[in-house]
Design a protein around this ligand. Structure first.
Ligand code: FMN
Length: 213
């Protein structure tokens, strides 16, 4: 099963479209796929209880009990993971970050060796959508690269990153205070560049599904 997580509140927005394209790519290889809408669920981020680090604790298991618990269980069995988010103030949304923290921290021990307790090697990717144009996306993603690095270490394969810039935000730009945008330019970008971004996401999903780490 290839799992994708939408960290956008807009369940049919740009991030969802990119994630669906990635899952379509995975499905084109025959893989089973599932898109999980994080904003449909009630949960919190890591509360630093350290249960996952107790000598007699259940390592690799988050002790918090909420609607994220069954999702974290599913992640243990997944063949690949795709984390998606719109960029809010140069970071991912709190909902995606909460999932990332709970997943990463519960699988990490403060030991010198055998630091990660994930039993398999599986590929992962991060899919990000930006309101801003493409020239700044790499440097912004670089600001939270610790999550990408740690995820790759934990899962045993470096993570991939796929960005889409200049997102289409409103169905009718004339209704909004947004004169920094030219609606015709925005539409052209949505019609000509965004489909290309979705094609890159499709190829990414295919690659993840075919990977044999
Ligand atoms: C609270 C908030 C903060 C935002 N901050 C940024 C930002 O720092 N950089 C940026 O490029 N876009 C920013 N945006 C625009 C979103 O990234 C853009 O609307 C989103 O990628 C669209 O994806 P969606 O359709 O999946 O929601 C922000 C949007 C919101 C609502």
């Amino acid at each position: 099963m290839i799992l994708a997580f939408n960290g956008s509140p807009r369940v049919k927005g740009n991030t969802a479209a990119m994630l669906q394209a990635a899952l379509d790519g995975a499905a084109s290889t025959g893989a089973e796929t599932r898109l999980i809408q994080l904003y449909h669920m009630n949960y919190k981020g890591c509360v630093s209880c350290f249960s996952c680090k107790l000598k007699k604790g259940r390592h690799g298991h988050c002790a918090m009990k909420d609607e994220l618990s069954p999702v974290l269980e599913m992640m243990e069995e997944a063949d690949a993971l795709i984390f998606g988010s719109p960029i809010y103030y140069n970071n991912v949304t709190p909902e995606l970050l909460a999932l990332e923290h709970r997943f990463l921290f519960s699988h990490m021990l403060y030991n010198k060796e055998n630091r990660w307790v994930f039993s398999r090697r599986i590929p992962s990717a991060f899919v990000y959508t930006f309101g801003m144009t493409a020239e700044h996306t790499d440097s912004i993603v670089g600001q939270f690269s610790a999550v990408h690095t740690r995820m790759g270490e934990m899962l045993g394969v470096p993570s991939e990153i796929c960005c889409s810039a200049n997102a289409w935000q409103f169905s009718d730009y004339s209704l909004y205070e947004a004169d920094r945008y030219d609606p015709a330019e925005k539409k052209k970008y949505r019609d000509e560049v965004f489909p290309e971004d979705c094609r890159r996401a499709f190829d990414l999903g295919r690659r993840l599904a075919l990977a044999k780490p």
